[in-house]
Design a binder for this molecule. Structure first.
Ligand SMILES: Nc1nc2[nH]cnc2c(=O)[nH]1
Ligand SMILES: [Zn+2]
Length: 435
């Protein structure tokens, strides 16, 4: 751990970050080809051209990271902890994939020793991909959620997660009751919310598997513990949407099943939203909740093309998620690329620049989770960072050495970068991967 009086370190690197939102600000990208970040006690104290920071801090020891790219740590706003070992179940639509791939594995999380191993695999995968903060869909078993928070605490990950609750249409062993959902949620919140870097997220799986009673228990937790986050799924798959319509005949639409329970707000992150109505988009914008876009998952499960243009036009905040294991891996570089591909291919898609992709993978997540001390390299924020430094002889290394600008190198990182290019990761100034 960093002590409160630690000496500063000056990191010298080609760095890029988006201190502003490029969907609303023209000059959102800040790229320094020879940049300096002064870090003390895990916090960025000064940032800018290396020569300027050096002149102001002539005695600070320098860590030289030139040759690669330094980016803010990635923020994954939708990823499932119990699904790391079933990545790759390709070719099935959502409800069949849940039945055949995801839910049998999620049932194994009742075994605490098994869950501990999964927590290690999962958090190792996240950090190995350069992710420093994640909103994580937890497990249906409280013991497995404890195991997750323990591993997050051990590794230093900034984790937002909670008990997943459902009471119908999954498998019996994954079902709970409203009272138990409340009681177990309450105990987990009291143990973990605000402990170190951990935060709690109230998490009904989706309205298809949650009765009004379960949603009301979730709302009671949100009321009793202000500051906890909320996450679920919405409008992912057309068969899912029709089933929810049948289960909630009084609801105006899918979002309304959450809205009526009082679960849509500033701290709500709803994954997918591939098939929203205009009413749902306007309600999401009015409540300032977030849509977590998961482009690899949407492709793998054939869920559809995310209507980014309609979200932006309606004023809905959008962030990025890997949705492992419906998604295909932990890399938010890959998610950015897939988002770019899909917007390119769909009629009316939004052309996404490297700045947009970086924003979606970093600051957008910090905004979604209301974590203003993360997401960019602005002074005052935590030093959460990923150093991409491809091995000599790789194509990405060749591009980095010959790139005409840092922005071109950033585009190449999204186009062809992988976790193999992640050389070092910091969270709150602590090195959590590499050296
Ligand atoms: N992609 C995805 N959608 C879901 N909807 C409900 N559960 C899930 C899940 O595990 N993955
Ligand atoms: Zn999901």
């Amino acid at each position: 751990m960093t002590s409160p009086t630690s000496a500063p370190t000056l990191y010298r690197a080609t760095y890029l970050h988006t201190p502003r939102n490029p969907f609303t600000h023209p000059d959102a990208l800040d790229a320094q080809s020879d940049g300096g970040l002064l870090v003390q006690d895990g916090v960025i104290r000064a940032a800018g051209p290396f020569a300027d920071i050096r002149a102001a801090h002539p005695d600070a020891p320098v860590t030289d990271l030139r040759g690669g790219l330094l980016l803010p740590g990635f923020i994954d706003t939708h990823v499932h902890y119990p699904q790391v070992r079933v990545i790759g179940g390709l070719g099935l639509p959502l409800l069949d994939w849940l039945d055949q791939c995801a839910l049998p594995e999620e049932a194994r999380m009742a075994d605490l020793a098994y869950a501990r191993g999964v927590a290690r695999d999962f958090i190792g995968g996240l950090i190995g991909a350069g992710t420093t903060t994640a909103l994580v869909f937890g497990s249906h078993f409280a013991g497995a959620v404890d195991a997750f928070f323990e591993e997050a605490t051990r590794t230093g990950l900034r984790a937002v997660t909670g008990l997943v609750v459902s009471d119908r249409l999954l498998r019996g062993e994954l079902h709970t009751t409203p009272q138990r959902a409340y009681d177990e949620g309450r105990a987990l919140i009291e143990r973990w919310h605000g402990a170190g870097r951990n935060l709690y997220a109230v998490t009904p799986r989706f309205s298809l598997s949650a009765s009004e009673g379960i949603l009301d228990a979730c709302a009671a937790l949100m009321r009793d513990f202000p500051g906890v986050r909320f996450t679920s799924h919405v409008n992912e798959n057309t068969r899912e949407i029709q089933t929810v319509r049948d289960l909630f005949p009084g609801a105006r639409d899918y979002l309304d099943t959450y809205e009526r329970a009082g679960l849509v707000g500033r701290h709500s992150v709803l994954a997918h939203n591939v098939h929203p109505t205009d009413r749902e988009l306007s309600v999401m914008a009015a409540h300032r909740c977030t849509a977590a876009h998961c482009p690899c998952s949407n492709s793998a499960l054939g869920s559809g093309f995310f209507p980014l243009r309609r979200h932006l036009d309606a004023g809905v905040h959008v962030s990025l998620g890997s949705d492992v294991g419906g998604g295909t891996g932990f890399s938010l570089l890959k998610e950015g690329l897939q988002a770019h591909f899909m917007q390119n291919l769909m009629p009316g898609g939004v052309p996404l620049s490297p700045a947009h992709l970086l924003y979606l993978a970093t600051l957008a997540g910090a905004e979604a989770l209301d974590l203003p001390h993360t997401g960019s390299f602005e002074p005052g924020r935590a030093f959460d960072a990923v150093h991409l430094n491809p091995a000599p002889g790789t194509p990405l290394d060749a591009v980095f050495r010959h790139a005409a600008s840092p922005e071109r190198a950033l585009a190449a990182a999204f186009a062809t970068g992988t976790p193999a290019d992640v050389a070092r990761v910091w969270i709150g100034g602590d090195t959590v991967l590499g050296s």
